[in-house]
Design a protein around this ligand. Structure first.
Ligand code: FAD
Ligand code: DLZ
Ligand code: SF4
Length: 512
Protein backbone atom coordinates (compact mmCIF):
# COMPACT_ATOMS: atom_id res chain seq x y z
CA UNK A 1 0.00 0.00 0.00
CA UNK A 2 1.20 3.50 -0.70
CA UNK A 3 1.67 6.33 1.76
CA UNK A 4 -0.25 9.46 0.86
CA UNK A 5 2.05 12.46 1.36
CA UNK A 6 0.34 15.85 1.60
CA UNK A 7 2.21 19.03 0.62
CA UNK A 8 0.51 22.33 1.44
CA UNK A 9 0.88 25.50 -0.61
CA UNK A 10 3.56 26.97 1.67
CA UNK A 11 5.55 23.72 1.99
CA UNK A 12 7.30 23.77 -1.37
CA UNK A 13 10.56 22.36 0.01
CA UNK A 14 12.10 19.09 -1.14
CA UNK A 15 14.14 18.82 2.07
CA UNK A 16 11.06 18.11 4.21
CA UNK A 17 10.75 14.50 5.42
CA UNK A 18 7.39 14.23 3.69
CA UNK A 19 9.38 14.27 0.41
CA UNK A 20 12.80 12.87 1.39
CA UNK A 21 11.23 9.73 2.87
CA UNK A 22 8.89 9.12 -0.08
CA UNK A 23 9.07 5.89 -2.02
CA UNK A 24 8.98 7.01 -5.65
CA UNK A 25 7.55 3.70 -6.82
CA UNK A 26 4.70 3.39 -4.36
CA UNK A 27 3.86 6.65 -2.62
CA UNK A 28 1.64 9.46 -3.87
CA UNK A 29 2.17 13.14 -3.18
CA UNK A 30 -1.05 15.15 -2.87
CA UNK A 31 -1.24 18.88 -3.58
CA UNK A 32 -4.51 20.77 -3.93
CA UNK A 33 -5.66 24.23 -4.99
CA UNK A 34 -8.86 24.80 -3.02
CA UNK A 35 -11.36 27.64 -2.71
CA UNK A 36 -11.55 27.37 1.08
CA UNK A 37 -7.87 28.34 1.44
CA UNK A 38 -8.09 30.91 -1.33
CA UNK A 39 -11.06 32.73 0.22
CA UNK A 40 -10.97 32.43 4.03
CA UNK A 41 -9.63 35.96 3.95
CA UNK A 42 -9.75 38.29 0.95
CA UNK A 43 -6.25 37.41 -0.28
CA UNK A 44 -4.42 39.66 -2.70
CA UNK A 45 -4.80 38.21 -6.21
CA UNK A 46 -1.00 38.31 -6.67
CA UNK A 47 -0.59 36.18 -3.57
CA UNK A 48 -3.00 33.56 -4.93
CA UNK A 49 -1.33 33.61 -8.35
CA UNK A 50 2.14 33.33 -6.80
CA UNK A 51 1.14 30.34 -4.68
CA UNK A 52 -0.74 28.47 -7.40
CA UNK A 53 2.04 29.00 -9.94
CA UNK A 54 4.73 28.00 -7.42
CA UNK A 55 2.65 24.93 -6.45
CA UNK A 56 2.24 23.87 -10.08
CA UNK A 57 5.94 24.34 -10.79
CA UNK A 58 6.83 22.39 -7.67
CA UNK A 59 4.53 19.52 -8.71
CA UNK A 60 6.10 19.51 -12.16
CA UNK A 61 9.61 19.35 -10.68
CA UNK A 62 8.56 16.45 -8.42
CA UNK A 63 7.13 14.54 -11.40
CA UNK A 64 10.33 15.13 -13.37
CA UNK A 65 12.25 13.72 -10.42
CA UNK A 66 10.18 10.53 -10.61
CA UNK A 67 7.55 11.10 -7.89
CA UNK A 68 3.85 10.25 -8.33
CA UNK A 69 1.93 13.46 -7.83
CA UNK A 70 -1.82 13.81 -7.45
CA UNK A 71 -2.33 17.50 -8.20
CA UNK A 72 -5.85 18.88 -7.83
CA UNK A 73 -6.45 22.07 -9.79
CA UNK A 74 -8.93 24.67 -8.64
CA UNK A 75 -11.23 23.99 -11.59
CA UNK A 76 -11.09 20.19 -11.53
CA UNK A 77 -14.64 18.78 -11.62
CA UNK A 78 -14.46 16.69 -8.46
CA UNK A 79 -12.51 19.20 -6.37
CA UNK A 80 -14.21 19.34 -2.95
CA UNK A 81 -12.58 22.78 -2.48
CA UNK A 82 -11.14 22.07 0.96
CA UNK A 83 -7.84 20.48 2.00
CA UNK A 84 -9.59 18.08 4.35
CA UNK A 85 -12.01 17.08 1.57
CA UNK A 86 -9.12 16.45 -0.83
CA UNK A 87 -7.27 14.28 1.67
CA UNK A 88 -10.45 12.23 2.25
CA UNK A 89 -11.07 11.91 -1.49
CA UNK A 90 -7.49 10.77 -2.11
CA UNK A 91 -7.72 8.23 0.72
CA UNK A 92 -10.87 6.78 -0.86
CA UNK A 93 -9.34 6.68 -4.33
CA UNK A 94 -5.89 5.33 -3.41
CA UNK A 95 -6.45 3.29 -0.21
CA UNK A 96 -3.11 4.25 1.33
CA UNK A 97 -2.06 2.61 4.58
CA UNK A 98 -1.15 5.96 6.06
CA UNK A 99 -1.24 9.69 5.40
CA UNK A 100 1.57 12.09 6.33
CA UNK A 101 1.68 15.86 6.28
CA UNK A 102 4.11 18.49 7.57
CA UNK A 103 2.45 20.54 10.29
CA UNK A 104 0.62 23.53 8.84
CA UNK A 105 1.58 27.10 9.70
CA UNK A 106 -1.87 28.08 10.87
CA UNK A 107 -3.67 27.00 14.03
CA UNK A 108 -7.07 26.58 12.35
CA UNK A 109 -5.60 24.07 9.87
CA UNK A 110 -3.72 22.15 12.54
CA UNK A 111 -6.96 21.89 14.52
CA UNK A 112 -8.90 20.61 11.57
CA UNK A 113 -6.11 18.14 10.74
CA UNK A 114 -6.29 16.86 14.32
CA UNK A 115 -10.03 16.33 13.82
CA UNK A 116 -9.39 14.64 10.49
CA UNK A 117 -6.97 12.28 12.17
CA UNK A 118 -9.87 10.87 14.18
CA UNK A 119 -12.14 10.63 11.15
CA UNK A 120 -9.69 8.91 8.78
CA UNK A 121 -9.74 5.11 8.55
CA UNK A 122 -5.92 5.05 8.29
CA UNK A 123 -2.98 6.36 10.31
CA UNK A 124 -2.52 10.15 9.88
CA UNK A 125 0.83 11.55 10.97
CA UNK A 126 1.64 15.23 11.35
CA UNK A 127 5.41 15.73 11.03
CA UNK A 128 7.39 18.67 12.45
CA UNK A 129 8.34 21.49 10.09
CA UNK A 130 12.13 21.14 10.12
CA UNK A 131 12.74 24.24 7.99
CA UNK A 132 12.62 26.34 11.15
CA UNK A 133 15.81 26.68 13.15
CA UNK A 134 14.08 26.53 16.52
CA UNK A 135 11.64 23.69 17.23
CA UNK A 136 8.54 24.13 19.38
CA UNK A 137 10.17 22.29 22.26
CA UNK A 138 13.37 24.35 22.01
CA UNK A 139 11.36 27.57 22.06
CA UNK A 140 9.27 26.41 24.99
CA UNK A 141 12.39 25.39 26.89
CA UNK A 142 13.83 28.87 26.29
CA UNK A 143 10.57 30.60 27.29
CA UNK A 144 9.81 28.48 30.35
CA UNK A 145 10.22 30.34 33.62
CA UNK A 146 11.12 33.68 32.01
CA UNK A 147 9.08 36.68 33.07
CA UNK A 148 9.72 38.52 29.81
CA UNK A 149 10.30 37.02 26.39
CA UNK A 150 12.62 39.48 24.71
CA UNK A 151 13.93 39.07 21.22
CA UNK A 152 17.49 40.08 22.05
CA UNK A 153 17.97 37.22 24.54
CA UNK A 154 16.40 34.69 22.20
CA UNK A 155 18.51 35.92 19.29
CA UNK A 156 21.80 35.54 21.16
CA UNK A 157 20.82 32.01 22.07
CA UNK A 158 20.11 31.29 18.42
CA UNK A 159 23.49 32.71 17.37
CA UNK A 160 25.17 30.40 19.88
CA UNK A 161 23.06 27.44 18.85
CA UNK A 162 23.64 27.79 15.11
CA UNK A 163 27.15 29.26 15.22
CA UNK A 164 26.10 32.01 12.81
CA UNK A 165 28.33 35.10 13.16
CA UNK A 166 30.09 33.45 16.08
CA UNK A 167 33.84 33.26 16.59
CA UNK A 168 35.61 30.16 17.88
CA UNK A 169 35.89 31.62 21.38
CA UNK A 170 32.09 32.04 21.50
CA UNK A 171 32.27 35.81 21.02
CA UNK A 172 30.09 37.53 18.42
CA UNK A 173 31.73 38.30 15.06
CA UNK A 174 32.74 41.93 14.76
CA UNK A 175 32.81 42.23 18.57
CA UNK A 176 29.12 43.02 19.11
CA UNK A 177 25.88 41.05 19.09
CA UNK A 178 23.90 43.89 17.58
CA UNK A 179 24.92 46.71 15.26
CA UNK A 180 21.60 48.49 15.16
CA UNK A 181 23.04 51.80 16.24
CA UNK A 182 24.78 51.99 12.84
CA UNK A 183 21.52 51.36 11.00
CA UNK A 184 18.21 53.06 10.48
CA UNK A 185 19.21 56.39 9.03
CA UNK A 186 16.71 58.37 6.94
CA UNK A 187 17.34 58.14 3.19
CA UNK A 188 19.38 61.02 1.72
CA UNK A 189 17.80 62.85 -1.23
CA UNK A 190 20.36 61.49 -3.71
CA UNK A 191 19.99 57.83 -2.71
CA UNK A 192 20.46 55.50 -5.69
CA UNK A 193 18.38 52.37 -5.51
CA UNK A 194 19.47 49.29 -7.46
CA UNK A 195 16.98 47.85 -9.97
CA UNK A 196 15.12 44.63 -9.15
CA UNK A 197 14.90 41.54 -11.27
CA UNK A 198 11.77 40.06 -12.80
CA UNK A 199 11.08 36.72 -14.48
CA UNK A 200 9.67 35.66 -17.82
CA UNK A 201 6.20 34.24 -17.37
CA UNK A 202 6.05 30.71 -18.74
CA UNK A 203 2.91 28.85 -19.84
CA UNK A 204 2.18 27.66 -16.28
CA UNK A 205 2.24 31.18 -14.87
CA UNK A 206 0.20 32.54 -17.80
CA UNK A 207 -2.44 29.89 -17.22
CA UNK A 208 -2.56 30.66 -13.49
CA UNK A 209 -2.87 34.39 -14.15
CA UNK A 210 -5.86 33.67 -16.43
CA UNK A 211 -7.38 31.42 -13.79
CA UNK A 212 -7.01 34.01 -11.04
CA UNK A 213 -8.35 36.77 -13.29
CA UNK A 214 -11.54 34.81 -14.03
CA UNK A 215 -12.10 33.12 -10.66
CA UNK A 216 -11.30 36.08 -8.39
CA UNK A 217 -12.72 39.06 -10.28
CA UNK A 218 -13.40 40.97 -7.06
CA UNK A 219 -10.15 39.98 -5.40
CA UNK A 220 -8.01 42.62 -3.72
CA UNK A 221 -5.05 44.16 -5.53
CA UNK A 222 -3.47 44.34 -8.98
CA UNK A 223 -2.65 41.06 -10.63
CA UNK A 224 -0.21 42.42 -13.17
CA UNK A 225 2.58 43.24 -13.71
CA UNK A 226 3.61 40.01 -11.99
CA UNK A 227 7.30 39.89 -11.03
CA UNK A 228 7.49 37.04 -8.53
CA UNK A 229 9.89 34.12 -8.76
CA UNK A 230 7.82 30.92 -8.88
CA UNK A 231 10.49 28.20 -8.74
CA UNK A 232 13.37 27.49 -6.40
CA UNK A 233 15.82 28.24 -9.19
CA UNK A 234 14.30 31.69 -9.73
CA UNK A 235 14.13 32.35 -5.99
CA UNK A 236 17.85 31.51 -5.77
CA UNK A 237 18.48 34.13 -8.46
CA UNK A 238 16.61 36.66 -6.33
CA UNK A 239 18.81 35.64 -3.42
CA UNK A 240 21.99 36.07 -5.52
CA UNK A 241 20.83 39.48 -6.65
CA UNK A 242 20.13 40.53 -3.08
CA UNK A 243 23.46 39.28 -1.73
CA UNK A 244 25.49 40.91 -4.51
CA UNK A 245 23.80 44.29 -4.92
CA UNK A 246 21.51 45.04 -2.01
CA UNK A 247 22.79 43.42 1.17
CA UNK A 248 25.84 45.73 1.42
CA UNK A 249 23.42 48.62 2.07
CA UNK A 250 20.75 46.66 3.95
CA UNK A 251 21.18 48.14 7.40
CA UNK A 252 21.86 51.77 6.58
CA UNK A 253 18.39 52.79 5.52
CA UNK A 254 16.33 49.95 6.93
CA UNK A 255 13.75 52.27 8.45
CA UNK A 256 13.67 54.83 5.65
CA UNK A 257 10.64 55.38 3.42
CA UNK A 258 10.82 57.09 0.04
CA UNK A 259 7.88 58.07 -2.15
CA UNK A 260 7.55 55.83 -5.22
CA UNK A 261 10.13 53.34 -3.90
CA UNK A 262 8.43 50.29 -2.44
CA UNK A 263 11.55 48.16 -2.02
CA UNK A 264 14.60 50.31 -1.17
CA UNK A 265 17.26 47.93 0.23
CA UNK A 266 14.93 45.26 1.52
CA UNK A 267 15.46 41.68 0.41
CA UNK A 268 11.92 40.79 -0.81
CA UNK A 269 12.74 37.24 0.24
CA UNK A 270 10.01 36.64 2.85
CA UNK A 271 7.53 35.42 0.22
CA UNK A 272 9.98 32.77 -0.95
CA UNK A 273 11.25 31.73 2.47
CA UNK A 274 7.71 31.42 3.84
CA UNK A 275 6.47 29.35 0.89
CA UNK A 276 9.49 27.05 1.09
CA UNK A 277 11.37 28.03 -2.08
CA UNK A 278 14.31 29.20 0.04
CA UNK A 279 15.53 27.84 3.37
CA UNK A 280 16.10 30.33 6.19
CA UNK A 281 19.44 28.77 7.14
CA UNK A 282 20.86 28.96 3.62
CA UNK A 283 19.81 32.62 3.36
CA UNK A 284 21.62 33.43 6.62
CA UNK A 285 24.69 31.45 5.56
CA UNK A 286 24.88 33.30 2.25
CA UNK A 287 24.78 36.62 4.09
CA UNK A 288 27.46 35.48 6.53
CA UNK A 289 29.68 34.33 3.64
CA UNK A 290 29.31 37.77 1.99
CA UNK A 291 30.77 39.31 5.15
CA UNK A 292 33.63 36.78 5.31
CA UNK A 293 34.41 37.53 1.66
CA UNK A 294 34.51 41.25 2.35
CA UNK A 295 31.50 41.94 0.15
CA UNK A 296 29.16 43.32 2.81
CA UNK A 297 29.80 45.13 6.11
CA UNK A 298 29.02 43.61 9.48
CA UNK A 299 26.21 46.06 10.34
CA UNK A 300 24.29 45.01 7.22
CA UNK A 301 24.94 41.29 7.61
CA UNK A 302 24.23 41.15 11.34
CA UNK A 303 21.07 43.24 10.90
CA UNK A 304 19.83 40.98 8.15
CA UNK A 305 20.61 37.72 9.95
CA UNK A 306 18.90 39.06 13.08
CA UNK A 307 15.65 39.48 11.13
CA UNK A 308 15.62 35.85 10.04
CA UNK A 309 17.45 33.98 12.79
CA UNK A 310 16.02 36.23 15.49
CA UNK A 311 12.71 37.84 14.63
CA UNK A 312 11.30 35.22 12.28
CA UNK A 313 11.97 32.30 14.63
CA UNK A 314 10.93 34.25 17.72
CA UNK A 315 7.63 35.34 16.17
CA UNK A 316 6.85 31.75 15.24
CA UNK A 317 7.66 30.59 18.77
CA UNK A 318 5.30 33.19 20.24
CA UNK A 319 2.50 32.16 17.86
CA UNK A 320 2.50 28.49 18.76
CA UNK A 321 3.12 29.06 22.46
CA UNK A 322 0.20 31.45 22.90
CA UNK A 323 -2.37 30.28 20.37
CA UNK A 324 -5.32 29.89 20.24
CA UNK A 325 -6.18 32.58 22.82
CA UNK A 326 -3.54 34.95 21.39
CA UNK A 327 -6.03 35.69 18.61
CA UNK A 328 -8.59 37.02 21.10
CA UNK A 329 -6.27 39.41 22.88
CA UNK A 330 -7.31 43.04 22.87
CA UNK A 331 -5.45 44.60 25.79
CA UNK A 332 -6.19 48.17 24.69
CA UNK A 333 -9.91 47.50 24.08
CA UNK A 334 -9.66 48.74 20.54
CA UNK A 335 -12.92 48.32 18.64
CA UNK A 336 -13.26 50.76 15.72
CA UNK A 337 -13.97 49.17 12.34
CA UNK A 338 -11.25 49.14 9.69
CA UNK A 339 -11.74 52.20 7.50
CA UNK A 340 -12.32 51.62 3.80
CA UNK A 341 -9.07 53.34 2.81
CA UNK A 342 -7.12 50.27 3.96
CA UNK A 343 -8.60 48.54 0.90
CA UNK A 344 -8.85 51.45 -1.53
CA UNK A 345 -5.89 53.65 -0.60
CA UNK A 346 -8.25 56.62 -0.90
CA UNK A 347 -7.21 58.92 1.89
CA UNK A 348 -5.70 62.38 2.01
CA UNK A 349 -2.97 61.12 4.33
CA UNK A 350 -0.14 60.83 1.79
CA UNK A 351 1.80 58.28 3.86
CA UNK A 352 -1.12 55.88 4.22
CA UNK A 353 -2.16 56.33 0.57
CA UNK A 354 1.40 55.54 -0.51
CA UNK A 355 1.74 52.39 1.61
CA UNK A 356 -1.69 51.03 0.72
CA UNK A 357 -0.90 51.86 -2.92
CA UNK A 358 2.30 49.75 -2.80
CA UNK A 359 0.29 47.02 -1.16
CA UNK A 360 -2.36 47.07 -3.90
CA UNK A 361 0.29 47.07 -6.64
CA UNK A 362 2.85 44.61 -5.27
CA UNK A 363 1.29 42.60 -2.41
CA UNK A 364 4.33 43.96 -0.57
CA UNK A 365 5.40 46.79 1.63
CA UNK A 366 8.46 46.84 3.79
CA UNK A 367 8.62 46.44 7.52
CA UNK A 368 8.64 50.06 8.60
CA UNK A 369 5.72 50.87 6.31
CA UNK A 370 3.73 48.00 7.83
CA UNK A 371 4.71 48.92 11.38
CA UNK A 372 4.94 52.70 11.44
CA UNK A 373 2.37 53.78 8.86
CA UNK A 374 -0.59 51.39 8.55
CA UNK A 375 0.18 49.66 11.86
CA UNK A 376 0.82 52.87 13.77
CA UNK A 377 -2.36 54.44 12.42
CA UNK A 378 -4.40 51.39 13.45
CA UNK A 379 -2.85 51.54 16.94
CA UNK A 380 -3.47 55.26 17.43
CA UNK A 381 -7.01 55.15 16.01
CA UNK A 382 -7.94 52.12 18.14
CA UNK A 383 -8.92 49.86 15.24
CA UNK A 384 -10.29 46.41 16.03
CA UNK A 385 -7.28 44.02 16.17
CA UNK A 386 -9.10 41.16 14.46
CA UNK A 387 -10.10 43.35 11.51
CA UNK A 388 -6.54 44.69 11.24
CA UNK A 389 -5.13 41.17 11.51
CA UNK A 390 -7.38 39.90 8.72
CA UNK A 391 -6.26 42.78 6.53
CA UNK A 392 -2.55 42.03 7.00
CA UNK A 393 -3.16 38.32 6.48
CA UNK A 394 -4.94 39.02 3.20
CA UNK A 395 -2.90 41.70 1.51
CA UNK A 396 0.74 40.55 1.65
CA UNK A 397 2.18 37.74 -0.46
CA UNK A 398 4.30 36.58 2.50
CA UNK A 399 1.40 36.40 4.97
CA UNK A 400 0.52 33.22 6.87
CA UNK A 401 -0.98 33.40 10.30
CA UNK A 402 2.07 32.07 12.22
CA UNK A 403 4.11 35.10 11.17
CA UNK A 404 1.48 37.74 10.49
CA UNK A 405 -0.51 37.49 13.72
CA UNK A 406 2.20 38.20 16.34
CA UNK A 407 3.59 40.97 14.14
CA UNK A 408 0.18 42.61 13.87
CA UNK A 409 -1.43 41.93 17.19
CA UNK A 410 1.74 42.02 19.27
CA UNK A 411 4.23 44.28 17.59
CA UNK A 412 2.01 46.80 15.80
CA UNK A 413 -1.14 46.94 17.93
CA UNK A 414 0.17 46.11 21.42
CA UNK A 415 -3.02 44.06 21.76
CA UNK A 416 -1.11 41.32 23.62
CA UNK A 417 -0.46 43.79 26.43
CA UNK A 418 3.29 43.98 25.85
CA UNK A 419 4.16 40.29 25.65
CA UNK A 420 6.11 40.88 22.46
CA UNK A 421 7.12 44.55 22.67
CA UNK A 422 7.82 46.31 25.94
CA UNK A 423 6.65 49.65 24.52
CA UNK A 424 3.94 50.45 21.96
CA UNK A 425 5.22 51.46 18.52
CA UNK A 426 3.23 54.70 18.65
CA UNK A 427 4.57 57.70 16.78
CA UNK A 428 3.36 61.11 15.66
CA UNK A 429 3.71 62.74 12.24
CA UNK A 430 7.12 63.99 13.29
CA UNK A 431 8.54 60.45 13.08
CA UNK A 432 7.05 59.83 9.63
CA UNK A 433 8.39 63.18 8.46
CA UNK A 434 11.86 62.32 9.74
CA UNK A 435 11.98 58.85 8.18
CA UNK A 436 10.30 59.61 4.85
CA UNK A 437 9.67 62.26 2.22
CA UNK A 438 5.91 61.60 2.22
CA UNK A 439 4.92 64.70 4.16
CA UNK A 440 6.13 67.17 1.53
CA UNK A 441 3.35 65.98 -0.79
CA UNK A 442 0.59 65.82 1.82
CA UNK A 443 -2.40 68.12 2.34
CA UNK A 444 -1.76 67.79 6.06
CA UNK A 445 1.19 69.34 7.85
CA UNK A 446 3.22 67.03 10.06
CA UNK A 447 4.19 69.95 12.30
CA UNK A 448 0.61 70.99 13.03
CA UNK A 449 -1.54 69.29 15.68
CA UNK A 450 -4.84 71.19 15.63
CA UNK A 451 -6.80 72.96 12.90
CA UNK A 452 -7.58 72.27 9.24
CA UNK A 453 -4.13 71.18 8.16
CA UNK A 454 -3.34 69.20 11.28
CA UNK A 455 -1.62 65.89 10.58
CA UNK A 456 -3.98 63.21 11.98
CA UNK A 457 -1.07 61.26 13.45
CA UNK A 458 -0.38 64.12 15.89
CA UNK A 459 -3.64 64.55 17.80
CA UNK A 460 -4.31 60.82 17.57
CA UNK A 461 -0.89 60.14 19.10
CA UNK A 462 -1.54 62.32 22.15
CA UNK A 463 -5.09 61.09 22.47
CA UNK A 464 -3.83 57.50 22.39
CA UNK A 465 -1.29 58.16 25.13
CA UNK A 466 -3.88 59.99 27.18
CA UNK A 467 -6.47 57.20 26.81
CA UNK A 468 -3.96 54.62 27.98
CA UNK A 469 -2.17 56.64 30.61
CA UNK A 470 -2.77 54.11 33.36
CA UNK A 471 -1.08 51.43 31.34
CA UNK A 472 1.89 53.36 29.95
CA UNK A 473 2.73 56.14 32.43
CA UNK A 474 4.90 53.83 34.52
CA UNK A 475 6.73 52.38 31.53
CA UNK A 476 10.44 53.10 32.02
CA UNK A 477 10.89 53.37 28.25
CA UNK A 478 8.41 56.24 27.98
CA UNK A 479 9.83 58.74 30.46
CA UNK A 480 9.28 62.05 28.72
CA UNK A 481 6.03 61.77 26.82
CA UNK A 482 3.67 62.22 29.73
CA UNK A 483 5.58 65.17 31.15
CA UNK A 484 5.43 66.83 27.72
CA UNK A 485 1.68 66.18 27.60
CA UNK A 486 1.17 67.57 31.10
CA UNK A 487 3.21 70.67 30.34
CA UNK A 488 0.83 71.54 27.52
CA UNK A 489 -1.80 72.71 30.01
CA UNK A 490 -5.53 71.89 30.19
CA UNK A 491 -6.75 74.07 27.31
CA UNK A 492 -4.26 72.75 24.81
CA UNK A 493 -4.90 69.21 25.91
CA UNK A 494 -8.67 69.68 25.49
CA UNK A 495 -8.13 71.13 22.00
CA UNK A 496 -6.01 68.12 21.04
CA UNK A 497 -8.64 65.72 22.36
CA UNK A 498 -11.31 67.52 20.33
CA UNK A 499 -9.09 67.39 17.25
CA UNK A 500 -8.57 63.65 17.70
CA UNK A 501 -12.33 63.16 17.90
CA UNK A 502 -12.72 65.13 14.66
CA UNK A 503 -10.17 62.93 12.92
CA UNK A 504 -11.95 59.79 14.10
CA UNK A 505 -15.27 61.16 12.90
CA UNK A 506 -13.72 62.00 9.52
CA UNK A 507 -12.26 58.50 9.38
CA UNK A 508 -15.66 56.92 9.99
CA UNK A 509 -17.12 59.05 7.21
CA UNK A 510 -14.27 58.27 4.79
CA UNK A 511 -13.11 61.88 4.67
CA UNK A 512 -9.72 61.56 6.35
P1 FAD B 1 13.70 42.33 4.87
O1 FAD B 1 13.56 43.68 5.45
O2 FAD B 1 14.62 42.16 3.75
O3 FAD B 1 14.08 41.34 6.06
C1 FAD B 1 14.73 40.10 5.83
C2 FAD B 1 13.90 38.93 6.29
O4 FAD B 1 13.78 38.92 7.68
C3 FAD B 1 12.49 38.86 5.76
O5 FAD B 1 12.45 38.29 4.47
C4 FAD B 1 11.79 38.01 6.80
O6 FAD B 1 11.94 36.65 6.49
C5 FAD B 1 12.55 38.32 8.07
N1 FAD B 1 11.84 39.26 8.94
C6 FAD B 1 12.10 40.57 9.11
N2 FAD B 1 11.31 41.09 10.05
C7 FAD B 1 10.52 40.10 10.48
C8 FAD B 1 9.49 40.03 11.44
N3 FAD B 1 9.11 41.08 12.17
N4 FAD B 1 8.87 38.85 11.60
C9 FAD B 1 9.22 37.77 10.89
N5 FAD B 1 10.20 37.78 9.96
C10 FAD B 1 10.84 38.94 9.77
N6 FAD B 1 6.49 39.08 7.69
C11 FAD B 1 6.10 37.99 7.01
O7 FAD B 1 6.93 37.21 6.54
N7 FAD B 1 4.77 37.72 6.82
C12 FAD B 1 3.80 38.53 7.31
O8 FAD B 1 2.61 38.27 7.13
C13 FAD B 1 4.18 39.71 8.03
N8 FAD B 1 3.25 40.56 8.53
C14 FAD B 1 3.65 41.67 9.20
C15 FAD B 1 2.68 42.51 9.74
C16 FAD B 1 3.05 43.63 10.45
C17 FAD B 1 2.00 44.52 11.06
C18 FAD B 1 4.41 43.92 10.64
C19 FAD B 1 4.83 45.13 11.40
C20 FAD B 1 5.39 43.09 10.11
C21 FAD B 1 5.03 41.96 9.40
N9 FAD B 1 5.99 41.07 8.87
C22 FAD B 1 5.58 39.95 8.20
C23 FAD B 1 7.44 41.26 9.13
C24 FAD B 1 8.19 42.06 8.04
O9 FAD B 1 7.53 43.29 7.82
C25 FAD B 1 8.33 41.30 6.74
O10 FAD B 1 8.94 40.05 7.01
C26 FAD B 1 9.21 42.02 5.75
O11 FAD B 1 8.68 43.29 5.47
C27 FAD B 1 9.31 41.21 4.47
O12 FAD B 1 10.00 41.91 3.48
P2 FAD B 1 11.51 41.56 3.09
O13 FAD B 1 11.62 40.13 2.74
O14 FAD B 1 11.92 42.56 2.05
O15 FAD B 1 12.23 41.82 4.47
C1 DLZ C 1 -2.77 30.90 1.27
C2 DLZ C 1 -3.15 29.66 0.50
C3 DLZ C 1 -3.95 29.77 -0.64
C4 DLZ C 1 -4.39 31.08 -1.18
N1 DLZ C 1 -4.33 28.67 -1.32
C5 DLZ C 1 -3.90 27.44 -0.92
C6 DLZ C 1 -4.31 26.27 -1.62
O1 DLZ C 1 -5.10 26.31 -2.56
N2 DLZ C 1 -3.82 25.08 -1.20
C7 DLZ C 1 -2.98 24.98 -0.14
O2 DLZ C 1 -2.53 23.88 0.16
N3 DLZ C 1 -2.63 26.07 0.57
C8 DLZ C 1 -3.07 27.30 0.20
N4 DLZ C 1 -2.72 28.42 0.91
C9 DLZ C 1 -1.91 28.26 2.16
C10 DLZ C 1 -2.83 27.80 3.31
O3 DLZ C 1 -3.96 28.66 3.40
C11 DLZ C 1 -2.17 27.84 4.69
O4 DLZ C 1 -1.88 29.15 5.01
C12 DLZ C 1 -0.91 27.12 4.81
O5 DLZ C 1 -0.93 25.91 4.15
C13 DLZ C 1 -0.51 26.94 6.26
O6 DLZ C 1 0.69 26.21 6.36
FE1 SF4 D 1 1.30 61.26 6.91
FE2 SF4 D 1 0.88 63.39 8.48
FE3 SF4 D 1 3.05 63.29 6.89
FE4 SF4 D 1 0.59 63.59 5.84
S1 SF4 D 1 1.66 65.03 7.18
S2 SF4 D 1 2.22 62.23 5.10
S3 SF4 D 1 -0.62 62.34 7.22
S4 SF4 D 1 2.60 61.94 8.61
Amino acid sequence: FPTLRVVLGDQLSTRLAVITEADRDKDVILMAEVMREATYVRHHVKKIAFLFSAMRHFAQALREAGFNVRYVRLDDDDNSQSLEGEILRAVKALSPDRVVVTEPGEWRLRESFEALRLALPVLFEILPDTRFLCSHSEFNAWAEGRTTLRLEHFYRDMRRRTGLLLELDGKPSGGQWNFDKDNRKPAPADLTIPPRISFRKDAITQEVLDLVRTRFPDGFGRLEPFHFAVTRRQALRELDHFIDYILPHFGDHQDAMVEGEPYLYHSLLSTYINAGLLYPLEVCQRAEAAWHDGKAPINAVEGFIRQILGWREYIRGIYWRFMPDYLDRNALNANRPLPWFYWSGETRMACVAEVVGHTIDHAYSHHIQRLMVTGNFALLAGLDPVAVHEWYLAVYADAYEWVELPNTLGMALHADGGLLASKPYAASGNYINRMSNYCSGCVYDSKVTTGDRACPFNALYWDFLDRHRDRFAGNPRMPYVYSTWDRMGPERRAAIRTQAALHLEAMAQNRL
